[in-house]
Design a protein around this ligand. Structure first.
Ligand code: Z5A
Ligand code: MG
Length: 257
């Protein structure tokens, strides 16, 4: 829901509760204890409506283990009976996603700014579905998000703030799990394929760009540990986040300020 919508709903709710309060106190001459319990009820209604699924993003360099860990987290949460889905960006199934896929496979060439905006559009086309899933209490485990967009494009030399601009207004993750590994170590894992960005020198620049994006929602995980160790750490952090969102936490937007 946008800020404007929230404000309108909030105003309507306040108006309705104000009218009810007035009529209650004038009809029955009710005093403060009733006002207190009314306020408590008001807060509980708001809290209940903020209960939702968690938006959890995995980020990191090529081959750091994101896809491996996303599928393990999905199975874990499913086994515990949570409503959960695994998403990934780019989503290559949409029309925009197919253009991106062709670009990554070096089958088409696009201006750096143009491809950046396509990656962003690919997230915008999923934004409303993302919001409705979260509000209907489904947790989303997302393999790459806006941070990949900004890190990869700024590593090409595009201005960082320019790269962030089209991402503003997308939903902010509750948790970003950054799987930390050096570009050299990552390259040893099965080697790079034929996609456009799978080169050591470029990955070093991406690693630097990622560092500038880290904020309080990030958890840095040592991705050089064995798969099972990484999984164990992630499960603990993820469960805390899922429970916090279940109890009630408002959705917020990425890079609002
Ligand atoms: N891109 C962009 O420019 N702008 C954007 O907005 C977005 C993306 C969203 C496509 O990404 C490219 O798009 C990507 C960024 C750019 N380019 N690059 N680089 P993608 O997500 O489709 O790329 P991918 O093909 O899935 O690769 P990946 O995601 O980088 O790999 P990964 O998912 O992090 O790793 P993995 O597949 O789980 O594991 C890789 C191998 O390592 C595999 O053999 C595993 O068995 C092994 N592995 C995993 N974990 C471990 C541990 N802990 N120890 C040892 N071995 C392990
Ligand atoms: Mg992957």
């Amino acid at each position: 829901m946008t800020n404007a919508c929230y404000f309108t709903v909030f105003k309507a709710f306040n108006f309705a509760t104000g009218v009810a309060r007035q009529s209650l106190s004038s009809n029955c001459n009710l005093k403060s204890p009733f006002k207190c319990s009314f306020r408590k009820m008001h807060m509980e209604i708001n809290k209940e409506s903020d209960s939702r699924g968690a938006l959890i993003v995995l980020e990191g360099l090529d081959r750091c283990g994101k896809t491996t860990q996303c599928s393990r987290l999905l199975s874990h949460l499913e086994e515990l009976g949570h409503s959960v889905e695994s998403w990934r960006f780019p989503d290559r199934n949409t029309g925009v996603g197919q253009m991106i896929s062709s670009y990554l496979a070096n089958k088409s060439h696009l201006d750096d700014h143009a491809i950046h905006l396509l990656f962003s559009a690919n997230r915008w086309e999923k934004r409303s579905l993302m919001e409705s899933k979260l509000r209907s209490k489904t947790t989303l485990i997302v393999d790459r998000y806006s941070f990949s967009g900004v890190a990869f494009s700024s590593a090409k030399g595009l201005d960082l703030e320019w790269c962030k601009a089209p991402e503003k207004g997308l939903l902010a993750p509750d948790l970003v799990l950054y799987l930390d590994i050096s570009p050299e170590k990552a390259a040893e894992r099965g080697g790079y394929g034929d996609e456009r960005y799978e080169q050591l020198e470029f990955q070093k620049k991406v690693a630097q760009s990622y560092r500038t994006l880290c904020d309080s929602t990030w958890k840095i995980i040592d991705a050089t540990r064995p798969v099972e160790d990484v999984e164990k750490q992630l499960k603990q952090i993820v469960m805390e986040c899922v429970l916090t969102c279940q109890k009630g936490k408002p959705l917020s937007q990425l890079w609002e300020n």
